[in-house]
Design a protein around this ligand. Structure first.
Ligand code: ATP
Ligand code: MG
Length: 144
């Protein structure tokens, strides 16, 4: 069960926990953080010695946010007597990280919300959900 910490994702989490409880399943929840990107502006970029502390600081902040998101899921799961493991990943392609982790954790099913942080906004499915549905060989349950 991937989660981006959004309200829509949280609603899917509630459903996934109920599903896991009913089926006696174990949950793995994953939060994917973006990679640190440096875009040179007009050919100008900072030297590596100056970038490194910024990179470390940003990564620590992102890691803490992601950890809080998966911890929240696991706390809710524990309250429903569902075993849960939280995983963090760094990638600019959450869909790839989601499929990779589901394969690694030998998941039987991926449960995710139709939309996430950007919200409903008229599109049928969020882009990550769409890509997971397109590429996953593991069954996917989309919560709407
Ligand atoms: N960084 C992430 N880490 C873990 N799960 C994610 C991440 N981003 C999205 N997801 C999962 O995908 C679901 C759908 O989010 P998605 O990103 O596809 O839609 P969106 O944010 O509404 O639109 P957009 O296509 O603009 O990102 C989320 O509810 C969540 O389960
Ligand atoms: Mg999104």
């Amino acid at each position: 069960m991937p989660t981006d910490g959004s309200n829509l994702s949280a609603r899917a989490v509630t459903q996934a926990i109920a599903f896991a409880r009913a089926t006696g399943a174990r949950l793995t929840t994953l939060c994917v953080m973006p990679e640190f990107l440096v875009r040179p502006t007009a050919g100008f970029t900072l030297p590596e010695s100056m970038l490194e502390p910024v990179r470390k600081q940003l990564e620590a902040e992102r890691r803490a946010k992601c950890q809080a998101i998966v911890d929240r899921v696991c706390t809710d799961a524990a309250a429903a007597d569902v075993a849960c493991g939280g995983v963090l990943a760094i990638s600019d392609a959450p869909c790839e990280a989601i499929i990779k982790q589901a394969t690694k954790s030998k998941c039987d099913l991926i449960i995710m919300a139709s939309h996430g942080r950007r919200g409903l906004q008229g599109v049928l499915l969020g882009s990550e959900t769409q890509k997971v549905l397109t590429h996953s060989k593991i069954p996917v349950l989309v919560v709407r």
